[in-house]
Design a protein around this ligand. Structure first.
Ligand SMILES: *Cc1c(COP(=O)(O)O)cnc(C)c1O
Length: 225
């Protein structure tokens, strides 16, 4: 199947769920990204800053760029002029820098807090307590150029569907708690709207469990080289 056919197949699968497709274009060529755009997709996900910046300069300005990978503080300035949504915020220090660069660019940058849901040691993210601490920190309230619009999580790298399901459910349940208790909303800087979860192997499961943004690459383009 062509890139466009794969995209339309996945969009059809997601049509009865609340999830939207973010096409993960990391390592893919400009030609492949042009094909993706021609198929009607505007949400593109990249995990390396330099790659995103280079591609952004060569592609239509209507593309909405999602930063999905771990973001270093010293790289924020390169994506701040254009980034649509940062999925991978895992510290107050990073958020302070995003706020500063957003202000310089006269923008408000929407962000997701990355939550640690996997069993693996290596994955980045906050736990439930750290989310509350971050939002209740006095410094947080001063960050008028960011918005926290939801949560992001990465499941363990495993074939064990029950394990993945458990991890997605834990993210959804944290989200539901934060939303029900309107955590942080009085600051005007928080709106609980998005749950970014699900990749090529598990996007349908994630969508069924309440994901609003699935991040899919290899199911569209094939394995990364
Ligand atoms: C690479 C990546 C994806 C997409 O992975 P696929 O298995 O190719 O769908 C999703 N989320 C993050 C954070 C990634 O780095």
């Amino acid at each position: 199947m062509s890139i466009a056919q794969e995209i339309h197949r996945i969009q059809q699968e997601l049509a009865t769920t609340s999830a939207r497709l973010v096409v993960v274009t990391k390592t893919r060529s400009i030609t492949e990204l042009q094909e993706t755009f021609a198929a009607g997709v505007v949400d593109f996900g990249e995990n390396r800053v330099q790659e995103m910046v280079e591609k952004q300069a060569q592609l239509p300005s209507s593309i909405q760029w999602h930063q999905i990978g771990h973001l270093q503080t010293n790289k924020v300035k390169y994506i701040a002029p254009f980034v649509h949504l940062i999925h991978s915020v895992d510290s107050l220090k990073l958020l302070v820098e995003i706020n500063q660069q957003a202000q310089k660019n006269k923008r408000i940058i929407p962000c997701l807090l990355q939550i640690y849901i996997a069993q693996e040691e290596s994955k980045f993210g906050l736990n439930q307590k750290e989310v509350t601490q971050l939002i209740e920190d006095p410094i947080f309230m001063t960050l008028s150029h960011i918005r926290i619009v939801g949560l992001m999580g990465m499941a363990s790298f495993t074939e064990n569907v029950a394990q993945i399901k458990k991890e997605f459910q834990s993210l959804k349940s944290l989200f539901d708690d934060l939303k029900a208790n309107r955590v942080g909303e009085s600051t005007g800087l928080v709106q609980w709207e998005e749950i970014s979860m699900g990749m090529s192997g598990d996007y349908l499961l994630a969508a069924e469990l309440g994901s609003t943004l699935v991040r899919v690459g290899s199911a569209i383009f094939g394995p990364r080289g």
